[in-house]
Design a protein around this ligand. Structure first.
Ligand code: AVI
Length: 320
């Protein structure tokens, strides 16, 4: 299981379905065509992502877990005691559990769009950490939200693992970090997991796994457009492509049309040339210095950074 990743955002309500339709039509009208990566994570997509985190080629999840496990004592010595740990986009709390076991937290505040999921996770945690206050918050963590009153007087430590920040465009990452500072307040700490730029083959293979799970994950976006919005995309006529864009320091995932074709959605038709792509995700890779510059520019001060022995992934402690 993983944590710190976007959770299932199945468009259950009419309103969320309308938003999905609007975003999909806007993205497919855009030049070049694009679809927002947050729509990967319906139930099927979240399950495929779980599978990705266990792939031999996908190093980020297990590398970050290793860093948190090996460095938990150091992390505990830096952050304030009896603080509230606020996790942005809480998945299965595997990574949070490592911190909760190693550090003296008074409260855990997992923030996620899926309330049912949060409450199920909280029940499991209560058994293992009987003295910990757990206050789940059901909210979209990329927008402003209020912390529960019960943690108002506690020091705050934000937690954003999984390199999910890498799926934000740089200006979105800046906005997220500023927003986190506003939510957590003056003097708060933040622990963030970041995927580091490395050997291109290594990065390429992480998004082009031999078993084809990432391809299925990518194509699920169009399956979802068909399933939930009544689109008529021919899934067999699109291919998964993931490349490293060196200039922009990012993996880009695309769905590439194998032939000239037209797809219809809500009365709109979208024409594709052979080879034309829909850009579905960017996954930015940082250096420690470039991440520190982003943090400073968003009102945070770098305190420490830990990496694995191969320098593939980093966990950063920031203070504001
Ligand atoms: C959730 N996020 C950090 C993953 C990543 O590596 O950018 C999503 C992903 N896309 C393809 N594989 C994994």
């Amino acid at each position: 299981t993983f944590s710190g990743t976007p959770r299932s955002n199945e468009t259950g309500s009419n309103e969320s379905r309308r938003t999905f339709a609007r975003d999909a039509i806007a993205g497919l009208t855009h030049h070049p065509k694009q679809l927002p990566p947050k729509y990967f994570y319906d139930a099927a997509g979240s399950e495929l992502f779980e599978q990705i985190t266990r792939l031999p080629e996908y190093y980020p999840t297990r590398t970050e877990l290793g860093i948190l496990r090996d460095r938990s004592a150091e992390i505990a010595s830096i952050i304030p005691q009896h603080a509230a740990l606020v996790e942005f986009g809480a998945g299965a709390p595997t990574k949070a559990r490592l911190l909760l076991a190693a550090c003296e937290f008074a409260a855990y505040v997992p923030v996620d769009i899926s309330g049912d999921f949060l409450n199920a996770q909280a029940r499991g945690l209560r058994k293992d950490f009987p003295h910990l206050e757990i206050h789940p918050v059901t909210a979209d963590f990329t927008a402003p939200f209020r912390l529960p009153d019960q943690v108002a007087t506690m020091p705050k430590v934000g937690f954003f693992p999984g390199s999910t920040l890498g799926n934000f465009e740089p200006h979105e990452a800046n906005r997220f970090l500023r927003g986190a500072r506003d939510i957590l307040g003056e003097g708060a700490y933040m622990l963030i997991g970041i995927d580091l730029e490395k050997n291109e083959r290594r990065m390429y293979e992480a998004y082009n796994d031999a078993a084809g799970v990432t391809a299925r994950f990518n194509l699920n976006m169009l399956a979802r457009v068909n399933r939930e919005l009544g689109g008529n995309f021919d899934l067999a006529a699109f291919a998964h492509r993931a490349i490293y864009n060196r200039e922009r320091h990012r993996i880009e995932m695309h769905l590439v049309s194998k032939k000239p074709q037209t797809a219809r959605l809500h009365g709109h038709s979208f024409a594709f040339r052979a080879g034309e792509s829909i850009h579905t995700e960017s996954s930015y890779k940082y250096s420690i210095e470039r991440f520190n510059a982003l943090a400073r520019g968003s009102g945070w001060m770098p305190v420490a950074a830990w990496t694995d022995p191969e320098g593939m992934f980093s966990v950063h402690a920031l203070v504001c």
